[in-house]
Design a protein. Structure first.
Length: 253
């Protein structure tokens, strides 16, 4: 299901069966989906990231309802641009089952879907979708999880010296940029260009690595305890405070 990404309706048009504390269509649609599902019914809904990560009272009420009164099975966070040229907002796929209570949440931060993230949406770009499917299907496979976690740790060791060198190169670029503007000394522009080229080369040498999106939950077990290096499993707290705790961890492929 794909509710409207953004929008609002008049407060008087909101059904009495739905919460009256918001007029945002993306929140109201999720409430409507939960109301329409039979007990034990499952749904996958594409929503703006704000549905889970928003800080308003209406967002927190919905987040609490999803985890306290239903089972939020998983979240696939998608990059902005997936729905261009029609919408450029960052979105997420929510997998949930009506009833029960959330104990663990599987999370995957998707970087691409095989198409460019601009208005042209040309094919040939990096595609995470096959990996998303594989990780989802094997999210309970301990051997698969262990292999992915081992891969993450190996990449982090490999990345450590490159990250330090990139940081030093960025410091040098900032210093030379300042000197070039203030002093306009001969040779500064050349050194600045050389530093920028070195930074670009370090970026090219680095393995594919990105940070997961923040999600408000304490981790269950080690990082990478989910199905893969871009996936994790979380254990939510018992209250809406779960949605106010920030968790940001590195995740590499």
């Amino acid at each position: 299901m794909n509710p409207p990404f953004k929008g609002a309706i008049d407060k008087g048009d909101v059904s009495p069966a739905l919460p009256g504390d918001t007029t945002k269509t993306e929140l109201l649609f999720v409430h409507l989906i939960l109301r329409a599902l039979d007990m034990g019914g499952c749904c996958a809904a594409i929503v703006p990231d704000g549905v889970l990560f928003g800080s308003s009272r209406a967002h927190l009420v919905l987040s609490e309802r999803l985890i306290e009164e239903n089972h939020l099975d998983g979240v696939v966070s998608m990059p902005s641009g997936v729905f261009k040229p029609y919408a450029g907002v960052s979105t997420a796929v929510l997998f949930f089952t009506r009833g029960a209570r959330t104990e663990r949440v599987w999370f995957y931060d998707m970087a691409g879907d095989g198409f460019s993230l601009d208005d042209k949406r040309t094919s040939g770009a990096h595609n995470d979708i096959p990996d998303v499917v594989a990780c989802w299907q094997k999210r309970q496979d301990a051997a698969f999880q262990a292999g992915r976690a081992e891969r993450v740790n190996a990449l982090r060791v490999q990345l450590a010296p490159l990250k330090a060198e990139r940081l030093q190169a960025q410091v040098e670029i900032n210093r030379l940029t300042f000197e070039n503007v203030i002093a306009n000394e001969d040779g500064t522009a050349g050194r600045l260009q050389a530093a920028q080229q070195r930074l670009a080369e370090l970026a090219r040498r680095s393995p594919r690595c990105r940070r997961t999106r923040s999600i408000d939950a304490p981790v269950l077990g080690d990082q990478g305890a989910g199905a893969g290096p871009t996936s994790m499993i979380f254990q939510p707290a018992a209250t809406a405070r779960w949605m106010r705790m920030r968790l940001i961890t590195s995740s590499c492929r």
